[in-house]
Design a protein around this ligand. Structure first.
Ligand code: G3P
Ligand code: CA
Length: 296
């Protein structure tokens, strides 16, 4: 297990660095764009430290914290009764024991289960017996744990086309849990999605929030995206140095340089490659590998 090999010194240094990350503000009613590093790419634990703990569980963000990583990424979807939960797939089958507990409910879509039903599921045993009993977190539980850990959140609205109005629901939960005050918006929160309309909706409803678009739009289309987002977040296999440079030439929705966070970078070679391109953030299941590769 990774945790035994973590350098406490490196972890402490990373924490200090995170506290010093700069913010900025240019738009009326927009106090700042959130913290992003100017001294090398941020390392973002994808679904938590998901190479070492079951993805999108509290255990995965706790482990990322113990490894010294400030930023975690997650995936938000909505239950049948309107609760927001943190799961990647739109079905519960791969990452829980839903097939055992609810055998007649194929294909086990999140939108067909109540929050109470989902709360009974084991979201850890599929990954390893050490994690038996881990639960599917609600977004409320998740952000409260991120807060307790003094971490920061790259929140993905997953498959927004399945959940009309999920942007408003997400902002409601974040607001109730204290995540939309000036401090959180400035330093601790980015909301991203593969759905351009979803990113636009977040930007329209809360223009102060930093947003990211997941994908690799054509260079000619980047100015249109820059009108409503602050980050272009492409898969690393699609990335080139020229593309990063083209993004960086533009200013995003808050008047600051448009940023690039790339995913899912899990090897030293891939991390070195995208670091050389000058990306701003690297989203990874193996944050220790990336940290070692890019010298953070
Ligand atoms: O944050 C980027 C990445 O999570 C997007 O892909 O499928 O892992 O949610 P996916
Ligand atoms: Ca994701």
């Amino acid at each position: 297990m990774y945790a035994r090999t973590v350098s406490a010194t490196a972890a402490a240094l990373l924490g200090v660095t995170a506290l010093l990350l700069p913010g900025s503000a240019t738009q009326a009613a927009a106090p700042a764009t959130p913290a992003w590093s100017n001294d090398g790419p941020a390392v973002i634990a994808h679904r938590g430290a998901s190479a070492y703990a079951p993805e999108n569980t509290l255990a995965a963000i706790d482990l990322a914290d113990r490894m010294g990583f400030a930023w975690v990424e997650n995936d938000v979807q909505r239950t049948k009764d309107g609760e927001l939960v943190v799961v990647h797939d739109d079905s519960l089958a791969r990452t829980t024991n839903v097939e055992q507990l609810f055998p007649g409910r194929s294909p086990w879509k999140i939108k067909d289960f109540t929050a109470a039903e989902i709360a009974t599921l084991d979201a850890g045993s599929w990954f390893g017996s050490d994690f038996a009993g881990a639960r599917v977190p609600t977004l409320k539980q998740y952000v409260n744990r991120v807060e307790r850990n003094h971490q920061k959140l790259l929140l993905e609205i997953k498959k927004p086309e399945l959940y009309p109005g999920i942007e408003k629901d997400t902002l409601r939960v974040l607001g109730r849990e204290g995540w939309l005050n000036r401090h959180h918006v400035k330093h601790k929160l980015v909301i991203q999605s593969f759905g351009a309309d979803s990113v636009k909706a977040v930007h329209a409803q809360r223009p102060d929030i930093t947003t990211g678009f997941l994908g690799t739009p054509a260079v000619a289309d980047l100015p249109k995206y820059a009108a409503f987002t602050d980050q272009i977040n492409p898969t690393h296999t699609s990335l080139t140095a020229d593309y990063v440079a083209a993004v960086h030439k533009l200013k995003g929705a808050h008047g600051k340089q448009l940023k690039v966070n790339t995913w899912t970078v899990n090897t030293t070679a891939a991390a070195v490659r995208v670091h050389d391109f000058g990306v701003d953030g690297i989203i990874t299941n193996n944050p220790d590998v990336v940290r070692d590769a890019v010298g953070r």
